[in-house]
Design a protein around this ligand. Structure first.
Ligand code: AN0
Ligand code: CP
Length: 317
């Protein structure tokens, strides 16, 4: 594997899941693989899970790790070509990227959607430049349109907890006070349809996602109807994708919050969320604290998904 940006990069899911299970059995089986190799993790945005789990995964493989928070201590970076740089940005990505590439063997990048320029976001302008100019294998730690390490961990979690071959998985939009990217829901949809589960998406009108990601999913605008018989409920907020509202918050209606009464409509479903989560906006305290809540094991599986990905990138160096 030369890069990890989307589900397409991982190849057959059964193989990836078998590799994940093997790593979970013994996460130190490949400590020699990363010897004298350096992972550089670059964050343009905040993180708790991705930062810790990816660093841990690389350490399990024997790698050295450097973490750079671009917005804390590094020069402010210009990302657009052709700009007259007379503002506050001291350095251009076009120099910074190859320089960063010269200090490492593999690069992980977190760069969220700006949510103002839909075209730039959906062309993945930032991570694409890393792929083009770093000279190193690049993986996404959540880019503008996808969060594949999260979706892979979600898939591992569902495979571990499912009791039927083809579970019903419902992704429901839920309210949040700030505009969030579509990366997590896009990516989750892409992985769930690739896994061929019974996959349903429910959201208010106006929150339709890019059909390129939801092809093969059932869209149901009635949240209660969507939840009927669900084996897994995956809650997430996202901002509007469709024009003219791209990047906007259209609703903060707490009628969409996942609560115990709604979980009662399901087939005793497990509750999932990628975290960080706003309690009593996205989900009530009792649901997230219930014994059917998988949010902690789901987050723990981020170490496993990252380790499969970094292992494969190391094997291909
Ligand atoms: C981010 C998002 O929704 O994409 C990161 C989630 C992993 N969430 C927030 O910024 C709250
Ligand atoms: N789920 C996830 O990616 O969390 P962080 O934003 O804390 O990394």
């Amino acid at each position: 594997m030369r890069q990890f940006i989307s589900v397409a990069d991982i190849g057959p899911l059964d193989k990836a899941l078998a590799e994940a299970a093997m790593i979970k059995q013994d996460r130190f089986a490949f400590t020699g693989l990363g010897r004298n190799k350096t992972l550089l993790m670059i964050f343009f945005n905040s993180s708790l899970r991705t930062r810790l789990s990816t660093q841990k995964a690389a350490m399990n493989l024997g790698m050295n790790v450097i973490v750079l928070d671009v917005n804390q201590g590094a020069w402010k970076l210009e990302t657009e070509r052709g700009v007259i740089m007379d503002g506050d940005k001291a350095e251009h990505l076009l120099e910074a990227i190859p320089v960063m590439g010269s200090y490492c063997d593999i690069i992980g990048v977190r760069s969220f959607a700006g949510l103002t320029d839909k075209k730039a976001d959906y062309e993945e302008t930032v991570i694409s430049q890393f792929i083009k100019y770093s000279g190193r294998p690049v993986f996404s730690m959540e880019a503008a349109t996808r969060h594949p390490l999260q979706s892979f961990a979600d898939l591992i979690t569902i495979e571990e907890y499912k009791t039927v071959e083809r579970p019903k998985v419902v992704m429901t939009w839920a309210p949040h006070p700030k505009a969030l990217p579509q990366a997590v829901p896009n990516s989750f949809a892409e992985w769930m349809t690739a896994a061929d589960y019974d996959f349903v998406i429910t959201h208010p009108h106006g929150y339709e996602l890019d059909p390129a990601f939801t092809k093969g999913a059932t869209i149901e605008y009635d949240q209660r109807k969507a939840l009927e018989g669900a084996d897994f409920v995956y809650a997430k907020n996202w901002s509007a994708y469709t024009d003219p509202n791209y990047g906007k918050v259209l609703s903060t209606d707490r009628a969409w919050t996942v609560d115990a009464e709604k979980m009662g409509l399901t087939n005793n479903a497990f509750f999932m969320h990628c975290l960080p989560v706003r309690r009593n906006m996205i989900v009530t305290d009792d649901v997230i604290e219930s014994e059917r809540s998988l949010v902690i094991p789901e987050a723990a599986n981020r170490e496993i998904s990252a380790q499969v990905v970094i292992k494969r990138l190391l094997e291909n160096l």
